[in-house]
Ligand binder design. Structure first.
Ligand code: GAP
Length: 432
C-alpha cells in the first residue's frame, strides 16, 4: 500500500485536501477539501444517504443544530465522561494522550511525564454577549444527541412504528490532544450517524444486522476484503453508553484504524434525556399495549475516514511504456469526476465539437475538460484522480459523429455515437 506522505502529496497537488489556513502556517487538526475532495466527499455522503434513508422504508432524516442546549451534554454524560487522560512532559511541556505513550517517557524529547489529568475534549464557546459560566455551550462532539433530543418530535410527525431510524449527517468537533495521521484524526470532522430504535430484547439481533449492512457498504464502495477487519470492542474500551460495540477497521499504512463504529446504546440516552428534561420519551407499543423506552443501535461513521480509506485502497502504481502509471481505482460512484472530455487537438472545429459534447454530458454527470499536452499525458492525469471514463474527440468525430470512450482500469477503448454517449455512460455507472 502507498505510504501516507505520497498520498498526502497527491491529495494536495491535485486538489483533494489542503492544510487549513495554510498561508498562516496551517492549524493542527483542521483541513480543507479542494475541488476534487469536495466532490468525493459529496459522493460518499450521497451513497450513505441513499443506502440508509432513500432506499429504506424505516428511516427518516434530520438536520439538528450544531450548538444545542448545554443540558444535553450533562444528560448524555459528555460533560462528565467525554475525557482523555492527558500527560505533560516536564521538560518540553508537550501534552499527549496517556494511551499514546509507552514507558511514561516523552515521545518528543524523552523527558519525564507528569501524572495523568482528565481533559474534556468538547470545544466550549459562549452564547450571547456575556462570556460567563452561565453562557457556556459546546460544539457537538457527535451528531447523535440531536437525534435523541428530537426523538419525540420525529416520532410524532413521521408516525413511524418501531423498529425505525433517524439519520443525520453533519459536522462534529473534538479538541483532540493528538490530532494527526493526515485527516484520520481531526478536530473538526463530519459524521454520518443512524440511531435505529428497536424493541428491548431485539437489540442484539438488530446490532448484528447493522454490522453486516455497514460492512457490505464499505466493501461495495471501496475497501477490499483483506483490508477490512471486524473488531469486537471489549467492555473496558467501550464508550460509557454502550453494551456492545464493533469497530470496522481499515488496514491503513500506519496500522489498523477505526473507520466506523456500531454500538448498542441500549436505552441509555433516551432514559437520561427523559430524566433530565422531564419529558416522557417512552414509546407506546400498540401490539403489546405497553409503554417502554426503545433501545438504540447506532452505526456511526465519519465522512473523512472512508474518504481516506477509499483513497489508500484505490491507489496503484502500474508499470507502463512511459515508466509508471499512477491510478486511483476508485469506485466510479465515489470518484470526483465521472467523465473527462479530451479534444485531440486545439484546432477550432475540434474544440467546438468537444464543447458541444461537454455541454451534453454536464446535466447528467460531474465532468471535467482538458485540452493541454499530449493525449497520453491527459489520460495519466485523469488516472491519477480516478476519473473512470475519458471521452476523446478526434478528427473522425467531425465526420462520423462518434467519440472514443476509454476505461480507466482496463484501458479498453470503445467507439460510441455521440447520440448514445449519455446512455452509454449511464449504463456503465448503473452496473458498477
Ligand atoms: N456517536 C458515536 C460516536 O461518535 P465515535 O467512535 O467516537 O462514536 C464515530 O465516532 C466515527 O466518527 C468514527 O468511527 C470515525 O469514523 C469518526 N470520527 C471520530 N472521531 C474522529 C476524528 N477525530 N476525526 C475524524 N473522524 C472521527
Amino acid at each position: 500500500m502507498v505510504d501516507l506522505d505520497t498520498l498526502f502529496t497527491l491529495c494536495k497537488r491535485r486538489g483533494f485536501v489542503y492544510p487549513s489556513s495554510e498561508i498562516y502556517g496551517g492549524f493542527g487538526g483542521f483541513w480543507d477539501y479542494g475541488p476534487l475532495g469536495v466532490e468525493m466527499k459529496r459522493n460518499i455522503r450521497d451513497l450513505w444517504w441513499r443506502s440508509m434513508v432513500q432506499e429504506r422504508d424505516d428511516v427518516v432524516g434530520l438536520d439538528a443544530a450544531i450548538i444545542m442546549n448545554p443540558k444535553t451534554w450533562e444528560a448524555s454524560g459528555h460533560v462528565q465522561g467525554f475525557v482523555d487522560r492527558l500527560v505533560e512532559c516536564k521538560i518540553c511541556k508537550q501534552r499527549f494522550r496517556e494511551e499514546d505513550v509507552a514507558a511514561m517517557a516523552c515521545p518528543s524529547c524523552g523527558g519525564q511525564l507528569s501524572e495523568a489529568r482528565l481533559f474534556n475534549t468538547m470545544f466550549r464557546t459562549f452564547v450571547g454577549p456575556v462570556e460567563g459560566e452561565a453562557a457556556v455551550a459546546y460544539l457537538r462532539p457527535e451528531t447523535a444527541q440531536g437525534i435523541f433530543v428530537d426523538f419525540k418530535n420525529v416520532l410524532t410527525t413521521s408516525r413511524k412504528k418501531l423498529p425505525f431510524g433517524i439519520a443525520q449527517i453533519g459536522k462534529a468537533f473534538r479538541n483532540e490532544i493528538t490530532p494527526g495521521k493526515f485527516i484520520f484524526r481531526q478536530r473538526e470532522f463530519e459524521q454520518m450517524e443512524l440511531e435505529y430504535f428497536v424493541k428491548p430484547g431485539t437489540d442484539e439481533e438488530w446490532f448484528r444486522y447493522w454490522v453486516e449492512q455497514r460492512k457490505n457498504w464499505h466493501l461495495r464502495y471501496g475497501i477490499s476484503p483483506e483490508n477490512l477487519r471486524i473488531y469486537e470492542v471489549p467492555a473496558e474500551e467501550r464508550a460509557h453508553y454502550s453494551k456492545l460495540t464493533v469497530d470496522l477497521m481499515f488496514n491503513f499504512p500506519f496500522g489498523w484504524g477505526e473507520v466506523e463504529g456500531i454500538a448498542d446504546r441500549t436505552d441509555f440516552d433516551l432514559t437520561r434525556h427523559s430524566q433530565v428534561s422531564g419529558e416522557d420519551l417512552t414509546y407506546f407499543d400498540e401490539e403489546t399495549n405497553t409503554r417502554y423506552i426503545p433501545y438504540v443501535i447506532e452505526p456511526s461513521v465519519g465522512v473523512d475516514r472512508p474518504f481516506l480509506a477509499f483513497l489508500f485502497n484505490a491507489y496503484q502504481e502500474e508499470p507502463d511504456k512511459e515508466g509508471t502509471r499512477v491510478v486511483l481505482k476508485l469506485h466510479p460512484k465515489v470518484a470526483p469526476y465521472k467523465v473527462a472530455i479530451l479534444p485531440l487537438s486545439r484546432k477550432e472545429n475540434l474544440v467546438l465539437k468537444a464543447r458541444e459534447v461537454w455541454a451534453q454530458l454536464r446535466p447528467h454527470f460531474m465532468t471535467t475538460y482538458d485540452d493541454s499536452q499530449s493525449i497520453g499525458r491527459r489520460y495519466r492525469r485523469q488516472d491519477e484522480i480516478g476519473t473512470p471514463w475519458c471521452v476523446t474527440i478526434d478528427f473522425d468525430t467531425l465526420e462520423d459523429q462518434a467519440v472514443t470512450i476509454r476505461d480507466r482500469d482496463s484501458m479498453i477503448q470503445e467507439r460510441v455515437p455521440i447520440v448514445e454517449l449519455v446512455s452509454n455512460i449511464q449504463q456503465r455507472l448503473a452496473v458498477c
